[in-house]
Design a protein around this ligand. Structure first.
Ligand SMILES: Cc1cc2nc3c(=O)[nH]c(=O)nc-3n(C[C@H](O)[C@H](O)[C@H](O)COP(=O)(O)OP(=O)(O)OC[C@H]3O[C@@H](n4cnc5c(N)ncnc54)[C@H](O)[C@@H]3O)c2cc1C
Ligand SMILES: *[C@@H]1O[C@H](CO)[C@@H](O)[C@H](O)[C@H]1NC(C)=O
Ligand SMILES: *[C@@H]1O[C@H](CO)[C@@H](O)[C@H](O)[C@H]1NC(C)=O
Ligand SMILES: *[C@@H]1O[C@H](CO)[C@@H](O)[C@H](O)[C@H]1NC(C)=O
Length: 604
């Protein structure tokens, strides 16, 4: 096969990769190719029908099926998780919630030494990605919808938060959310199909002769075969097709890695970019020695609690029958979707949320409790590689959030159904509770973890297998994280769920989830912590393994997203995030890809 050349080659046709492919090919003088390992499932209902994505996670042809190493602070549990292995990447199978992170979070990125990565500039980049008809906000190709409310539960959620003194009129894109909010879904308002990089962005790119897309093609490694002084130059890539043919493709200008937080550092290590000692032990020749490749893995620790509801009240129906797979209920939901673009299949079901400050921070007692917790320090660990300057900056940011009465340290999601996660990370279902029981669930995400882990290749790692990586998020390894998550869970169970009107619709003395706390047992924070260690899993919100920050602080890429030590390779996906976003990251990753496209087009 004759070798082909492109100006830009983008590795990974996921969320960020297709945004970059579409934006860079807007210039007719530039040729762009995107190489995606997964298949093109743009016509598959599991991608397009909003509520069907969980079915894709179980399909090894559509999802990377990963597992963590045993998590020491979670009783040695290993936790399963997924990433999209399909055109559109994780944006083709994510939970559809779309909300921005905080202004303070983005400004903290700039303060690490990343000029231009501040809220003023970055919020404009996010707005280039989406269009939200209902509010007139945003001017991008992705479309957002807030579903119609067809039960009383959303109102009850808001009224309960109001009764606790919180605002519920928060704009998810203000950067300053504190209190209740309604989170839009990345769903087309008219058709109620998923809106994601695989349709919203790809459509325009596919019409251009300068845009080339290869699916079912996996990049094995980046080829560095020139060095100039102390900087290297990449010339191309080695890739393997589905049929097993291995070939080389050349880049005239740049290679852009967008394989995601787990796979981007894997490709770098397989190409000889990483910690020399580690690569030596694996027999990989080092091209760029950087011990921080694959480090600073951050993710939201997640925990939930379900409460039995009274049942039988009009307007307070729950979704257990659907969750149990009752055929009549599924048929009715499918009919509502097909004939009226309505019902539970037309939305994410995670729209009614809150982002709350540390419980009690508004009182003197609360402030003193936070001060006591903050005095705990991180035990020095030799497992994690970071610098003292980054550790201090990360800690200063998280402390400032905890001390602020308007900073949010946890995200709360509510759902009128028994749901949540089993201790191995799998989705809990109503099949696990009695047929006549009905529940209301609150899911909590630790917004700003201080625990940091890593992703590294092992002797058997290849570009396509899911089971050959050492993935160690080190959940709750930082003592502050468990204090904060347990304090919020205690608040959710003992205060929020005990406040009217929500309390009046829950069964007095009713059941909780099977492993859950009986009423009142969460008054003791030690009980809450035990439950947190037994049940916490990770959200699918991995960031940080090719962090953007100064090299001597522990960075892998600079503020133009260029790999340190290389002239023409950038990383432009969720892996460059140095401090994880407050909540679900997709809006932030769209912003990163839009900003990256601006930077590249400006020639910087
Ligand atoms: C199940 C799930 C639910 C989620 N829910 C939400 C949510 O509700 N809201 C939210 O905001 N966020 C959510 N997220 C997170 C969000 O989708 C991700 O943060 C985001 O998609 C990351 O974008 P990315 O471009 O970094 O990586 P991805 O979108 O994962 O794209 C990476 C792409 O690179 C490809 N690739 C990898 N290796 C190679 C290789 N060697 N060669 C070629 N191609 C390769 C992959 O197949 C993939 O297509 C969810 C994620 C998951 C997995
Ligand atoms: C882009 O496409 C145009 C029209 O098809 C073609 O003339 C031009 O050579 C292409 N440019 C590149 C850089 O491939
Ligand atoms: C944010 O970044 C932009 C772009 O680099 C810059 O013009 C601006 O001065 C920065 N700071 C603030 C506070 O907006
Ligand atoms: C943000 O700042 C970068 C770097 O200064 C610039 O290239 C880009 O155009 C700015 N983006 C927006 C959306 O303002």
């Amino acid at each position: 096969m004759a070798s082909v050349n492109f100006d830009f080659i983008i590795v990974g046709g996921g969320l960020a990769g297709l945004v970059l492919g579409a934006r860079l090919s807007e210039d007719p003088d530039t040729s762009v190719s995107v190489i995606e390992s997964g298949s093109d499932l743009r016509e598959d209902p599991r991608v397009n029908v909003p509520a069907m994505w969980p079915a894709l996670l179980q399909d090894p042809n559509a999802a990377w099926q990963f597992k963590t190493v045993p998590q020491e602070s979670l009783g040695g549990r290993e936790i399963e998780f997924y990433q999209g292995h399909v055109l559109g990447g994780s944006s083709a199978l994510n939970g559809l919630s779309f909300s921005a992170t905080s202004k303070a979070n983005i400004d903290a990125w700039e303060n690490l030494g990343n000029p231009g990565w501040n809220w003023t500039n970055f919020s404009k980049a996010i707005a280039k990605a989406y269009h939200f008809d209902e509010t007139g906000k945003g001017n991008g190709p992705l479309e957002l919808t807030v579903p119609a409310e067809d039960s009383e539960w959303p109102r009850v959620w808001r009224d309960t938060l109001k009764a606790l003194g919180f605002s519920v009129a928060n704009d998810p894109f203000s950067g300053e959310v504190c209190g209740g909010l309604t989170v839009p879904d990345s769903i087309y308002p008219s058709t109620k199909q998923r809106s994601y990089s695989g349709n919203a962005y790809l459509k325009s790119a596919l019409d251009r002769s300068n845009f080339t897309l290869w699916t079912q093609t996996s990049v094995d490694k980046v080829l560095f075969d020139k060095t100039e002084g102390d900087t290297t130059i990449v010339t191309g890539l080695q890739y393997t097709t589905k049929a097993g043919d291995t070939n080389i493709v050349k880049a005239r200008k740049e290679i852009i890695l967008t394989a995601g937080t787990i796979n981007s550092p894997k490709i770098l290590e397989l190409s000889g970019v990483g910690d020399k000692n580690r690569l030596d032990a694996l027999g990989i020749q080092t091209v760029i020695d950087n011990p921080f490749v694959g480090e600073n893995l951050q993710n939201h620790a997640m925990v939930d609690v379900s409460f039995e509801v009274k049942g039988g009240e009009k307007g307070f129906e729950t979704l257990e029958k659907l969750s149990r797979g009752d055929p009549g209920t599924i048929a009715a939901a499918m009919d509502a979707y097909q004939s009226r673009q309505a019902g539970p299949f037309s939305r994410s079901g995670a729209n009614h949320a809150a982002q709350l400050p540390f419980p009690g921070i508004e009182s003197e007692d609360g402030r003193q409790r936070v001060q006591r917790i903050l005095r705990q320090t991180n035990p020095k660990s030799d497992i994690e590689k970071t610098t003292e300057t980054f550790a201090a900056a990360h800690e200063a940011f998280v402390h400032s959030v905890l001390e602020s009465p308007t900073g949010a340290s946890a995200s709360y999601l509510s759902a009128p159904v028994f749901t949540g996660f089993n201790s191995d990370g799998s989705q809990a279902s109503a099949l696990q509770v009695g047929v006549d029981e009905r529940y209301f669930t609150i899911v909590l995400l630790l917004a700003h973890p201080l625990s940091r882990g890593s992703v590294h290749v092992t002797p058997s790692s290849t570009s396509t297998s899911s089971h050959d990586l050492a993935i160690d998020p080190r959940y709750l390894s930082h003592p502050l994280d468990i204090e904060v998550l347990a304090s919020h869970l205690q608040y959710a169970a003992e205060t929020l769920a005990a406040t009217d009107p929500l309390a009046s619709h829950l069964k007095a003395g009713g059941k909780r989830n099977p492993t859950g706390p009986q009423t009142g047992s969460f008054k003791d924070l030690e009980n809450v912590k035990r439950y947190v260690r037994e049940t916490t899993v990770g959200a699918q919100h991995y960031t940080g393994t090719c962090s953007m920050m100064p090299r001597d602080m522990g960075g892998v890429v600079d503020s133009k997203l260029r790999l340190y030590g290389c002239r023409n390779l950038r990383v432009c996906d969720a892996s460059i995030i140095p401090i994880t976003p407050r909540t679900n990251p997709q809006a932030t990753v769209y912003g990163i890809a839009e900003l990256a496209a601006d930077i590249i087009k400006s020639g910087a």
